[in-house]
Ligand binder design. Structure first.
Ligand SMILES: Cc1cc2nc3c(=O)[nH]c(=O)nc-3n(C[C@H](O)[C@H](O)[C@H](O)COP(=O)(O)O)c2cc1C
Length: 224
């Protein structure tokens, strides 16, 4: 079983990266082979809007997109993770999705419709995890990109599951795995709370919950 993670964060060791690692760890515990790709490490030009891909699903730009499409096609599970930037996914993550739209699907995505059954990828079951990390303690910050991601990634599941993993209240790099003294500093600096030590303990416990859930999400990703 192959699990592919596509990470749309710029920060290696950031929250999206660390949660992705934990999901992959869960998948590996079930015997899966895993691969993690940072979009920022790939050579990906922006879509030129030529609409050629709408015909046969082929993009004529020569860069890393076609190899990535092959990896998505071969995968039994796909994790797509991005931090929320300005209430959406990162620019590079959106740029990749624009390049994938006509290549993985035959039609565009219409709001209000469910996952389309128009994939160009081999129609085998794939499980999908959509991972969004958010600075504010407000999961609804992910609502807008989720509308696109559910339709677009849901289109190639072929009976597999789409799991949404929203991790809110994470601002600093690697905050999800920080120890209590570092979290105390964040509570003091960012939250200006009267009792930073107490808040740090609460943050630590919430982070452990997030990482535990991530591992279980990885386990589930391997089940069909
Ligand atoms: C340019 C930029 C824009 C951001 N916009 C938002 C936002 O609109 N809402 C929010 O809650 N957090 C926002 N954040 C915070 C990130 O979502 C948060 O720090 C996240 O944990 C980063 O994930 P990473 O560690 O994987 O990079 C923004 C961060 C950056 C750098």
């Amino acid at each position: 079983m192959k699990i592919l993670a596509i990470v749309g964060s710029f920060r290696k060791g950031g929250n999206t990266d660390l949660i992705t690692d934990r999901i992959l760890e869960g998948a590996r515990s079930q015997g899966a082979h895993t691969e993690k790709v940072f979009i920022d490490d790939l050579k990906i030009a922006s879509c030129q809007g030529c609409m050629e891909c709408r015909k046969e699903g082929v993009c004529h730009q020569q860069d890393d997109v076609s190899a990535l499409v092959k990896k998505i096609e071969a995968a039994d599970g796909v994790i797509f993770g991005s931090p929320i930037y300005g209430n959406y996914i990162t620019g590079q993550a959106k740029m990749l999705l624009d390049r994938l739209m006509g290549v993985i699907n035959k039609t565009v995505f219409v709001p209000g419709t469910g996952p389309t059954k128009v994939t160009r990828l081999e129609t085998k079951p794939r499980n999908v995890v959509i991972l969004m990390t958010i600075g504010a303690d407000r999961p609804e910050c992910a609502d807008d990109p989720l509308k696109l991601l559910r339709r677009m990634l849901g289109s190639f599941t072929n009976g597999g599951t789409v799991e949404e993993f929203i991790a809110a209240g994470l601002i600093d790099q690697g905050q999800v795995a920080m120890d209590v003294p570092a979290l105390t500093d964040i509570a003091r600096r960012l939250h200006r709370t009267p009792n930073p030590e107490e808040e740090a303990l609460a943050m630590k416990s919430r982070n452990e919950e997030i990482l535990g859930k991530a591992f279980q999400t990885g386990v589930k990703l391997t089940k069909f």
